[in-house]
Design a binder for this molecule. Structure first.
Ligand SMILES: Cc1cc2nc3c(=O)[nH]c(=O)nc-3n(C[C@H](O)[C@H](O)[C@H](O)COP(=O)(O)OP(=O)(O)OC[C@H]3O[C@@H](n4cnc5c(N)ncnc54)[C@H](O)[C@@H]3O)c2cc1C
Ligand code: SF4
Length: 538
């Protein structure tokens, strides 16, 4: 048997690739998972805010360029499990309406070629697979679900509960964030997750975060038919003479070149690297890049409009695990503003060390350390719209260039104003009485920091799927219109991004595409058996 030949080659082991490997593993098909990174080492630094946020110990050292040619250090991570090793594990479904066309103040968010109902069973499956802890029915914009969450929502700590009660009193409908952490609050001594303050942005030292490595890659590797090769940077894909089939996957590993062959090749390097790989794979048959006859590969890059906002108060915020509360009341608009605004939730608790890395403006009379102890640290997400000029290209040396101009900002500004108003209307603090109440209101101070271009955590949209090969690179099954055995299952396929975190949608879609590939493998295998039987009969 040709040892370099596989039934399926999956490139990238994050939310998309890792989940797909898990789906395909029981089929018996020969599967090769190629990952440029290694396993994240298990060490105390996993939970050090200095190592992670200040020194950037686990982030890539690669440099890209922005549209002006300025160097940019992307905040992204190349490891087995991809960016899910570092994510906050907030696992949201897109809203049903996000699958249709939505009018924003800044333009149109286009419809997807599949509806919510088609993805719904896979959302449920992904929630169960990734052990999401949540509550149904509390989020007012939540789409219908065919099954409850298997695990109860993660409880709020007192400061967050107080805020949730305040918001409810003001007529909002706050709810618990659906979270992929293996926390068993009824059984703390047995619980794998210890509810620590270094989750969002950090790898989990005790493997209690539901990331793609722990949940999907490692279990898939229990199957003898699944192979993982780490440190394997895929540099190029070549096709046969017709251009309709990828025949060769070129890998650089330990400084040497290797080639692999797969009947089916699935690209899942993250939206920016996947687009770059297809562009690098230009050939005579695909002069603008592999599968890029439509010229959409690399275009329509989206990354959400994200802000981290610290609300400071006289009262301290001793919360350990802060990311439990969210608000979607303004997701689609409000009485006075009929356009979508977005989603309000939290980042992990910020501390003085982390703040020194981001260097926010220091509020008068505060030190960074003090700010960290007194802040509520919000994460606001609004939808950015797909603009063909926001794109990934390659420079002359083959390096990634990310061109991006922010759009659709008005909704985000209004979302910030909504949060400000809600915070100013908080009730009296029970601990410090009226004095604190005064302080809480009068000293409420927002230190806003828009996430810069290097913050590519929510990257998506660069290889969009659709029905029309003139305006999309992938068909509704995420197979390239122009290449019969090439699929893409990371966040590249999004034609629009909604305003909730993307990972659960990537995972659910990988399961959906996995079923399609399984069907294809099954047909091929039964054909092979039939041909062999025929051969024997002749
Ligand atoms: C700090 C942080 C917090 C986040 N929090 C959340 C959250 O709470 N909820 C949420 O939904 N999302 C969150 N995200 C985003 C989420 O992690 C991503 O949306 C998701 O991981 C993307 O999945 P993917 O499969 O598209 O890509 P990735 O998970 O990035 O996987 C891509 C993989 O491909 C590999 N690769 C890249 N290029 C090559 C190549 N040429 N050859 C071989 N391998 C290659 C990479 O090493 C990587 O392993 C967060 C991200 C970050 C960074
Ligand atoms: S122990 Fe729990 S809270 Fe801490 S990093 Fe792991 S999953 Fe996150």
């Amino acid at each position: 048997m040709d040892q370099s030949r596989y039934d399926v080659i999956i490139i990238g082991s994050g939310a998309g690739g890792g989940t797909l490997a898990h789906r395909l593993a029981p089929s018996g098909a020969r599967i090769l998972l190629l990952e440029r990174g290694e396993y994240v080492p298990r060490e105390k630094d996993n939970w050090s805010t200095r190592a992670v946020n200040v020194e950037g110990k686990y982030g890539t050292k690669e440099t890209w360029r922005d549209r002006a040619g300025k160097e940019l250090h992307p905040h992204t991570n190349y490891w087995v499990g991809g960016n899910t090793k570092f994510y906050g594990a907030a696992l949201f479904r897109l809203r049903r309406e996000d699958f249709g066309e939505l009018r924003h103040a800044g333009g149109i968010s286009p419809a997807w070629p599949i509806g919510y109902d088609e993805l719904e069973p896979y959302y449920t499956e992904a929630e169960h697979l990734y052990q999401v802890h949540g509550e149904r029915g509390a989020d007012p914009t939540e789409p219908p679900a065919s099954a409850p969450y298997r695990y109860p929502a993660v409880s709020h700590e007192p400061r967050i509960q107080q805020l949730s009660d305040d918001w409810a009193r003001l007529g909002c409908r706050p709810f618990h964030v659906p979270l992929g952490v293996m926390l068993d609050e009824r059984n703390p001594l047995q619980s794998r997750c210890i509810r620590c303050d270094t989750c969002d942005g950090h790898p989990c030292l005790v493997s209690a975060k539901s990331d793609a490595q722990v949940i999907c890659v490692d279990p898939a590797l229990q199957y003898p038919n699944v192979t993982l090769v780490t440190g394997a940077y895929v540099s190029r894909l070549d096709t046969d003479a017709s251009g309709r089939e990828v025949t060769t996957v070129h890998v650089t590993r330990d400084g040497a070149e290797e080639v692999y062959r797969g009947d089916i090749v699935v690209v899942s390097c993250g939206a920016i690297n996947s687009a770059a790989l297809l562009l690098r794979s230009a050939s005579e048959r695909h002069p603008s890049g592999l599968a890029n006859g439509s010229d959409v590969v690399g275009r329509h890059y989206m990354g959400h409009i994200n802000s981290v906002l610290m609300a400071l108060s006289k009262c301290s915020n001793p919360t350990v695990f802060q990311k439990t509360l969210a608000l979607n009341d303004f997701y689609f608009g409000s009485e006075e503003w009929q356009h979508p605004m977005g989603h309000i939730s939290f980042v992990g608790k910020l501390d003085g060390v982390t703040l020194s890395a981001g260097a926010p403006a220091i509020a008068p009379g505060w030190t960074l350390e003090l700010m960290g102890r007194h802040s509520l640290d919000f994460w606001l997400t609004s939808e950015d719209l797909p603009d063909p000029e926001n794109r990934v290209t390659l420079d002359r040396d083959g390096r990634i260039v990310l061109s991006y101009r922010l759009n659709n900002e008005e909704g985000h500004r209004r979302l910030i104003a909504k949060l400000e108003s809600l915070m100013q209307r908080q009730r009296a603090c029970a601990v410090h009485g009226h004095e604190c109440h005064q302080g809480l209101f009068s000293r409420n101070l927002f230190v806003g920091q828009r996430i810069p271009l290097a913050g590519v955590a929510h990257q998506n949209g660069t290889i969009r799927f659709g029905r029309d090969p003139r305006s999309s690179a992938l068909n509704p099954n995420c197979r390239a219109h122009e290449v019969d055995n090439l699929y893409v299952v990371d966040s590249s396929f999004f034609p629009s991004s909604g305003a909730v975190n993307p990972a659960l949608t990537i995972m659910a879609n990988a399961l959906r595409v996995g079923d399609h590939i399984l069907g294809r493998l099954g047909t091929r295998r039964s054909d092979a058996v039939a041909t062999a039987a025929l051969g024997a009969a002749v």
